[in-house]
Design a protein around this ligand. Structure first.
Ligand code: IFG
Length: 516
């Protein structure tokens, strides 16, 4: 049937988002709206009667500390629009206004979008930053292009009032099994901060490698960070103090706090190769490039060990502005139980002496000193232990839900599967509040998605393992439980696919998701 000219004209004028029955495999692509944001906002009210056109003479109104975040917004939108988007102090109609209010919400923000302007307000800069991350998702994927795109830029109308459910929303990168460069880490910080993740835990030492410069112990990186270290001998390298300082600042600009980890008393083979006095027989063990765990232990109670640990804690605390110092504590299968307890009873207060809150894997909960620590759960079967019951805060990283190094399924390349395979729905299908018996929601500091690097080699591997599962953990950490809904998450994730493609993020196109 030939379409008459009128019929063709009619079809071409259908408003965006109204299409004929989709012939594709899944539902129609989700039209961009305040309700399609990842993670789900606490309150999102679309207003289809209103929309804000971003045009060549749009200005951003901001002053004082708000101007910093306004500058980040302009930097994000200038390349693809080609617009000047100047940041000016004086209020004017038709602008994007970014302003601080006087309350005490650490990370909340409010976004009001109408025909005659956009208002982004928050009590703190972090809230403004998160409002910007939301705004980025209210423009088409092309907004992330590096060069000007010839198209309209319309922000759909509506209102968002948003704030996080949990204070700690973390990701972890294991630099020890395979070292990742500062550029790769910065790229990961860019990606995780878009989902309002606010902590990056760096696993800086393990059996196979030592990845952070310690001035008083130069052999740690000279030997433990040398080429040829790491799993399969391909993960060599380390962060100089300057690299670390630069990363801390880069992360802070994106409201991400770095949490450094030196794993002790287990997972110390690399340290003992460099400093054999850390063993009980003084003989350096052989360097390890395999992926077994649990065979190494510091010699507990010796001066050599105490001096070493004190040197490391002192220097790591001095170079870390964030409040936490992670001291590991997992899989100390070669440390006698009494020695383990004595070591933690000495170490946890030492971290506090250097002005940091100690953070450790759940095994530290066996010791009373852990009551003032943050206990990170990774195997959540069984009783959380007396210390947690007595009041310690917890961060939840159940391995069978959040370990991003687990394979999606047994056919996907890379990754391990000792905790089981984790498809997107499994990463999403749990509640941090109800996970640990006897631990109420108010003692859950938050969640974290670890990415161990035994099987990783480069940034593409990081992105494949992390996306799209990290947004599931980010939503569990940010969004109210009332918004938790797999079908909604699945649809929003499918609509996010074109954004990762635009940013050249090599994500896994899980068959569970209808990718737009
Ligand atoms: N468990 C070990 C990690 C790493 C991991 C790989 C923890 C706390 C298995 N410890 O997870 O060092 O090897 O999935």
């Amino acid at each position: 049937m030939r379409l008459t000219r009128l019929a063709v004209a009619t079809v071409l004028t259908l408003p965006l988002g109204v299409t004929t029955a989709s012939a594709g495999p899944g539902p129609d692509p989700l039209p961009i709206s305040v309700t399609t944001v990842l993670p789900a906002p606490a309150l999102a009210l679309p207003d289809p009667r209103e929309a804000f056109p971003l045009v060549p003479d749009t200005v951003i109104v901001a002053s004082g500390p708000a101007a910093t975040v306004a500058g980040q917004l302009a930097t994000a939108f200038r390349p693809a629009t080609g617009f000047a988007l100047p940041v000016v102090p004086d209020a004017q109609p038709g602008a994007i206004t970014v302003r601080l209010t006087g309350g005490d919400s650490a990370e909340g923000y409010r976004l009001d979008i109408g025909d005659d302007g956009v208002e982004l307000s928050a009590d703190r800069a972090a809230g403004l930053f998160y409002g910007v991350q939301t705004l980025r998702q209210l423009l088409p994927p092309e907004i992330d292009a590096a060069t000007p795109q010839d198209r309209d830029w319309v922000i759909p109308g509506g209102h968002i009032v948003d704030a996080p459910r949990f204070a700690y929303r973390g990701a972890m990168l294991d630099l020890a099994r395979h070292f990742h460069t500062p550029d790769e880490i910065r790229r990961y910080i860019d990606q995780i901060s878009r989902f309002k993740v606010n902590h990056l835990h760096l696993h800086l030492a393990d059996d196979q490698g030592w990845r952070i410069q310690i001035d008083s112990r130069p052999r740690l990186t000279a030997v433990g960070g040398a080429p040829g270290t790491g799993v399969r001998g391909i993960g060599g390298g380390y962060l100089t103090k300057d690299d670390y300082r630069t990363l801390v600042a880069y992360a802070a600009d994106r409201h991400v706090t770095i949490v450094p980890e030196i794993d002790m008393p287990g997972h110390v083979n690399a340290a003992q190769v460099a400093y054999p006095e850390l063993t009980c027989d003084g003989v350096a063990p052989r360097p390890r490039t395999d992926i077994r765990v649990g065979y190494s232990s510091l010699c507990i109670g010796t001066d050599a060990t105490r001096r070493f640990v004190t040197d490391v804690v002192r220097e790591l605390a001095a170079m870390t502005p964030g409040p936490y110092l992670h001291i590991g504590g997992d899989e100390a299968h070669s440390t006698a139980h009494a020695d383990y307890l004595a070591f933690e009873e000495w170490l946890l207060p030492l971290v506090a002496e250097y002005g940091k809150i100690p953070f450790g894997w759940q095994e530290i909960a066996q010791t009373p000193a852990a009551r003032d620590a943050v206990v990170q759960y990774w195997n959540h079967e069984g009783d959380p232990g007396p210390t947690v019951a007595s009041g310690a805060q917890v961060v939840l990283s159940p391995a069978d839900k959040t370990y991003l190094d687990m394979q999606y399924d047994l056919l996907t390349p890379g990754g391990l599967h000792w905790a089981g395979t984790i498809e997107v729905d499994e990463a999403y299908d749990w509640d941090p509040a109800g996970l640990l018996h006897g631990v109420p929601e108010d003692r859950v500091l938050g969640v974290e998605a670890p990415l161990w690097s035994e099987t990783l080699t480069d940034l593409a591997d990081i992105e494949f393992q992390a996306f799209p599962r990290l947004p599931a953990i980010a939503e569990l950490g940010w969004s109210p439980r009332a918004t938790h809904d797999w079908e909604s998450f699945r649809a929003r994730l499918g609509a996010y696919g074109p954004r990762w493609k635009q940013q050249n993020v090599r994500f896994y196109e899980s068959p569970q998701i209808h990718w737009s």
